[in-house]
Design a protein around this ligand. Structure first.
Ligand SMILES: [Zn+2]
Length: 219
């Protein structure tokens, strides 16, 4: 009897942890599996708070995983360069507060180039932690790319140079993780300048190797 109770509990926990459905039309209930061999009716349990992401079991830093209670259903990835030779999340945070009068750094992630943060180091900003809209495509409230697109900034000016090998590897790992978690297709990975509706900009720089990134993602 105790053993049967454990199986039922485990089954319920598995259903709660799965949450792989993106279907808004689905009723907010799920069926718990039953360990009973008899034809007893399945038990109805309530869904946990909204969480539409796919639960991917990847070996990624824990701070890449948002808290389920606030996690958004992101639909695109937008890549930027900082257009500076150096920088990190804290520096961009200060600049965006002081010069742009935003509530902080506009991006969700910043990937360092070895100047003010590690080469290939991925910094997670308050926007990703809070799952709040970004300010990386114009800073305009209501802009779809800010609302639904994940903003990743690589430190560097890629009109002049290319990202470092470590930056590209970190970017590919991060984008791959985000693609799987939110079911984002390759066609929804944009450079800032190719984002539908974005203002005219060189970002992420003429030398940013977008086709190389997509090649890395297919491996
Ligand atoms: Zn940009």
């Amino acid at each position: 009897m105790i053993l049967r109770g454990v199986f039922v509990l485990c089954g319920c926990l598995l259903v709660l942890a799965g949450c792989a459905s993106n279907d808004e039309a689905m009723p907010q209930i799920v069926y718990s599996p039953s360990s009973e061999r008899t034809a007893r009716p399945l038990t109805l349990i309530e869904r946990p708070p909204k969480k539409q992401a796919v639960n991917v079991n990847e070996d990624v830093p824990t701070n890449w995983l948002p808290q389920p209670i606030v996690e958004k259903d992101w639909t695109a990835i937008v890549i930027h360069h900082s257009a500076t030779e150096n920088g990190n999340a804290a520096i961009f945070d200060r600049i965006h507060r002081e010069h742009n009068h935003w509530e902080g750094v506009g991006y969700d992630f910043v990937i360092g180039n070895g100047t003010d943060s590690g080469d290939g180091e991925v910094e997670v900003t308050f926007r990703w932690r809070g799952q709040i809209p970004g300010a990386h495509c114009g800073g305009t409230p209501g802009n779809w790319a800010n609302e639904d697109g994940i903003g990743i900034c690589l430190v560097g000016n890629f009109d002049r140079t290319t990202p470092t090998a470590r930056q590209m590897q970190a970017l590919a790992t991060l984008v791959h993780f985000l693609q799987k978690r939110y079911k984002i297709s390759e066609s929804r990975i944009y450079g800032h300048n190719s984002t539908p509706g974005a203002r005219v900009t060189n970002c992420p720089g003429a030398k940013f190797p977008m086709s190389k990134l997509k090649q890395m993602l297919r491996l």
